[in-house]
Design a protein around this ligand. Sequence first.
Ligand code: FE2
Length: 163
Amino acid sequence: MARSVLRTKFISHGTLGSKDLEATRRFYEEFLGLEVVRTSPVSLMIRLGGNHVYAVVYTKKKERMPRVYHNGLDVDTDADVDEAWRACHSQAAQWGLHDIDKPSARHGTYSFLFWDADDNAWEILSNPKGGYTWIFEQGDLEGRGHFERGFRHKRPDAKKETA
Ligand SMILES: [Fe+2]
């Protein structure tokens, strides 16, 4: 890789907005299964499965997160995706979940999206350990890239599942 202008080392964090940090914390811990710490009266920090974190910042006026900016949470299997989808539906009223998509096969995985009470968008997807590393390590893709038919067969756990 050509030397870059900035000598960066690590993507440490992204940010998310919350309209009610206590309610958001309960949702993250009890429903999504994230690790949460309180970092100030107006912020939380969350992580799951690695060292990358999100700073969650209190925001009174928060807009709906556009679909294209969603955040993905991995589960092991397609059956786990279906189970998560059922849980989203059965507990939608309790947590303020809305616009819950149907699970479907897409670009090498199987997933659905939904929006939470803060209007943040989440995707629950099946992925091998290491998340999208299996795609990244293929380097630049030709043609339709990860939208190519049958792309999922390149997944390290492809033999275990049929999609
Ligand atoms: Fe996604």
